[in-house]
Design a protein around this ligand. Structure first.
Ligand code: CMP
Length: 140
């Protein structure tokens, strides 16, 4: 069974959308395997978003994700990575289809509410970054 890393960003927590977002994953049939309300420090943010280090918006991205608490989660299911990304919608909310989280609830690419792993390899890396080794009990 596949696992994916999902994080409600500070804008989603601030707007009170954590429950709405969790409901969508539950209704799809994915299983919640771990969850943490936490603050990300700059070091963790720079590791998590390392692939974007050379992008012009990298500084803005790190500032944004570290400015307040996030809600980090691990969800499990068949093809969990692809399923989650289809529920989340395209990165730019202007291009995200209605019915997706970003299509329904967001209107700005920087404040796009939620992050989801883009591949199985990214999911393994991101789950370890935020929750430790996959073999440990994610819920504790
Ligand atoms: P996420 O899925 O968390 O992965 C990288 C993030 O970079 C992405 O969501 C966006 O929130 C952010 N991002 C992408 N393009 C831009 C941009 N042009 N300006 C600011 N942030 C961006």
């Amino acid at each position: 069974m596949e696992m994916t890393f999902i994080m409600v960003k500070p804008d989603g927590v601030e707007r009170g959308l954590v429950g709405n977002i969790i409901s969508r994953f539950e209704q799809k049939g994915l299983k919640l395997r771990g969850a943490r309300l936490m603050r990300i420090d700059r070091s963790l943010a720079e590791q998590h978003y390392g692939e974007h280090r050379d992008k012009p918006f990298f500084g803005e991205l790190v500032d944004f994700i570290t400015k307040d608490v996030v809600f980090a989660m691990v969800w499990e299911g068949p093809e969990a990575v692809a399923l989650a990304r289809s529920l989340i919608g395209k990165t730019n909310p202007a291009e995200a289809a209605p019915g997706t989280i970003r299509g329904d609830l967001a209107c700005d690419v920087a404040s796009n509410l939620v992050h989801g792993s883009d591949s199985v390899e990214s999911a393994v890396r991101e789950i370890e970054l935020f929750f430790g080794k996959l073999s440990t009990n994610l819920a504790s």
